[in-house]
Design a protein around this ligand. Structure first.
Ligand SMILES: Cc1cc2nc3c(=O)[nH]c(=O)nc-3n(C[C@H](O)[C@H](O)[C@H](O)COP(=O)(O)O)c2cc1C
Length: 176
């Protein structure tokens, strides 16, 4: 961020900064969905339909949002979803994402399509780490990756089951 610019205060403003900072091709990859992007819009709409009911006149001097996911402690019921190619956004890639997860005490989901290795991420952060895996026709590839993740202290496998075919991402097609 350039000197004199204001700190972003919400996700929309971070997205604006990303649009300014990234080459169009990478920005489109991170923000775009497939086909008519119906599901992408519905994801945002789904969050808008959730309304929090405020509890008033209760003791809020200590607020604890921590919980566990698969038995592992997290400071909030939020985790880093596995997403590919972080080095397109920052030279340190997933290593930096994992450090941020560690700093916030939330769980880091590492994509199979990571631009950092399992070993690099493991050796640079103390976040609880889960590893994302696709279903491979060659099961020995899956077995190898699971063993590698386990040997590097990853605690669970996030199995992605919805990718027998990749989405038709029209922005990526246009950007070649
Ligand atoms: C840019 C981008 C890259 C992604 N890469 C992966 C991936 O490599 N592996 C995977 O299993 N899911 C991947 N996903 C899917 C996310 O993990 C997640 O399931 C999806 O964003 C829906 O969750 P949300 O509604 O919380 O965003 C990716 C999503 C985005 C937006």
């Amino acid at each position: 961020m350039a000197m004199g610019e204001e700190e972003p205060v919400n996700l929309n403003e971070y997205q604006q900064l990303a649009r300014q900072a990234l080459p169009k091709m990478y920005y489109d990859y991170f923000t775009g969905g497939s086909e008519d992007q119906h599901t992408l819009r519905e994801n945002t709409a789904a969050f808008k339909r959730i309304t929090f009911r405020p509890r008033i006149l209760v003791d809020v001097s200590k607020i604890d949002m921590s919980t566990t996911i698969l038995g592992y402690k997290t400071s909030a019921p939020i985790m880093i979803a596995p997403t590919a190619m972080h080095k397109l956004a920052h030279p340190q890639g997933e290593v930096l994402t994992a450090k941020a997860a560690g700093a916030c005490n939330v769980i880091m989901g590492l994509s199979f399509m990571s631009t950092c290795t399992i070993e690099e991420v493991a050796s640079s952060c103390n976040a609880i780490r889960f590893f994302q895996l696709y279903v491979y026709k060659r099961r020995e590839i899956s077995a190898l990756m699971v063993k590698r993740a386990e040997a590097n202290g990853f605690k669970a496998i996030l199995l992605t089951a919805d990718t027998p075919k990749l989405g038709r991402r029209e922005a990526d097609i246009k950007n070649k």
